[in-house]
Write a protein that binds this ligand. Structure first.
Ligand code: HEC
Length: 190
C-alpha cells in the first residue's frame, strides 16, 4: 500500500510557471516573516544603554534564567576538567547533564517574553550541547569534544554580548527616578 502511494508521489512535474508561483510565494512568506519578526522583536526588548538589549522579566523568571546559566558554567567546568584528565567516562557524564540542563522546560509565560533571536540562541545552544554529548559518548575523542566546547562557548559569548535582563519591578521605579538625587538606580527605599 505504501509503495503504491510512493509511485503516485513520484510523478511531479515542475513547470516554469510553477517555479514563478513558488518564487512569489517564497517572497510573500519572507515579507510576512520579516513583519512578524519586527513586531515580536520590538515588543519585549528595551535598550539598556550599554549596547545590549534588555529582556524584561519578573524577579522569579530572572532567577530561573540565572540558575540555568550557572548550571551551564559548572557543567562546562566539569567537562573541561574531565577532558584534561583524559577521563572520557566523566566527560560523557558532564556532557549529558549539560545537554539536559539546556532542555529544562521554560514556563510558557517566560518564553513569550523572549525575543525570537534570543530563542534562536537558546535553540542553537541546545543543538550544540546535544551533539557534543552524543559525540563525546560515542567517539571518545577529547580534542573533538574540546573544539565543540569552544563552539558552545562562542554561542554563550554571542548571546551575552547581545542581551541582558531587566527586572520588571526594578525598571518601574527607575522611570520615576529623581534626577536631583544621587542615589543608585534600581529599587531603593527613600
Ligand atoms: C540565549 C542567550 C544566552 C546563552 C546562549 C547563554 N546565556 Fe548566560 N546569560 C544570558 C543572560 C540574559 C544572562 C543574564 C544577564 C543579566 O543578569 O542581565 C546570563 C547570565 C549568565 C551567567 C551569570 C549567572 C548569575 O548568577 O549571575 C553565567 C555564569 C552565564 N550566563 C553562563 C553561560 C554559559 C556558560 C553559557 C553557555 C554554555 C551561557 N551562559 C549561554 C543569556 C545567555
Amino acid at each position: 500500500m505504501l509503495i503504491g502511494e510512493l509511485h503516485v508521489g513520484g510523478l511531479v512535474m515542475v513547470t516554469t510557471r510553477d517555479k514563478i508561483y513558488l518564487a512569489i510565494v517564497a517572497v510573500l512568506v519572507l515579507v510576512i516573516l520579516a513583519l512578524a519578526n519586527r513586531f515580536i522583536l520590538s515588543a519585549p526588548v528595551v535598550e539598556v544603554g550599554d549596547g545590549r538589549r534588555g529582556i524584561t522579566l519578573e524577579h522569579g523568571e530572572h532567577a530561573l534564567v540565572l540558575r540555568e546559566m550557572r548550571s551551564f558554567l559548572s557543567g562546562l567546568q566539569q567537562l573541561v576538567d574531565a577532558l584534561a584528565n583524559d577521563d572520557m567516562h566523566e566527560a560523557a557524564k558532564a556532557g549529558r547533564s549539560l545537554a539536559r540542563a539546556a532542555e529544562s522546560p521554560i514556563p510558557g509565560v517566560l518564553s513569550s517574553k523572549l525575543p525570537v533571536e534570543y530563542k534562536l540562541f537558546t535553540r542553537s545552544i541546545q543543538h550544540l550541547l546535544d551533539r557534543m554529548a552524543v559525540e563525546t559518548e560515542w567517539a571518545k575523542l577529547p580534542k573533538r569534544t574540546l573544539s565543540q566546547v569552544a563552539e558552545v562557548i562562542q554561542t554563550c559569548v554571542a548571546c551575552h554580548e547581545k542581551y541582558r535582563v531587566v527586572v520588571a519591578s526594578a525598571a518601574a521605579p527607575a522611570q520615576a527616578h529623581d534626577p536631583g538625587s544621587p542615589s543608585l538606580p534600581g529599587k531603593k527605599e527613600p
